[in-house]
Design a protein around this ligand. Sequence first.
Ligand SMILES: [Zn+2]
Length: 245
Amino acid sequence: MADKDVSETIEQLVKLQSVAKEHFLLHEKKNGLLKDLEKEEETLQAMHDTSNDLDQQRNDLSQAMNDVQNQIQEALEAIKKLKEKEAYVKTQKEYIALDTEQSIQRDKIKELEKESQTKTKELDEVKTLYGKQKQELKDQKGRFSEQQLEVDSSIEEIEKKLQDIETIRSEVLPTLDRQTLSRFERIVQNKNGVGIVPVNEGICEGCNIAVTPQVISLIRSNKEIIYCINCARILYLPKRTSIFD
Ligand SMILES: [Zn+2]
């Protein structure tokens, strides 16, 4: 006696398989597109961060240059005051002390001017980099928008196809028990979209490996769902060949 439930389940799974591969491939394609877009967005974000960093460096360098200029001004003021004191100097010793202080300030100015030159050079470099980065960012933004539009329209197409498939799935899904369905879907996911395969002339069509006669009679008995021991897919006997042997 054939178990009516299993043969009906197999029939429904075969029906589900007719759209399962496309369903699987469409989901894979959709996920791939979204992943590519995500990568592109990460690149954009990284470029944005770099641009912000350069902007920050530019501001810091400008600030540092202002500080250097202020220190030069302070040193110049100090020299001016030291020169004013010279008029009131009484001894040679005092004069030498003032002169020493002035030359300390002059050395300081020399150092500061060197620093200012270095900073100016750095600032020029950062400005150039910032300009380049801004242009690249703009280009990347353009590319990203284009890609986003392309992905949106591709996904729209995919969704339309998935809706058609969903119509077929919605007829089949309520007829299957949750456990069988989830096992089937797991196989579909792991086996490139194919969860149930016929055994033709003793060969599993999923993996092209011979199935034992015992397994074939188990399938034929329809008492339980039989899985290929090699590829783990659900096996069934196409009606055409089930009349043989
Ligand atoms: Zn197999």
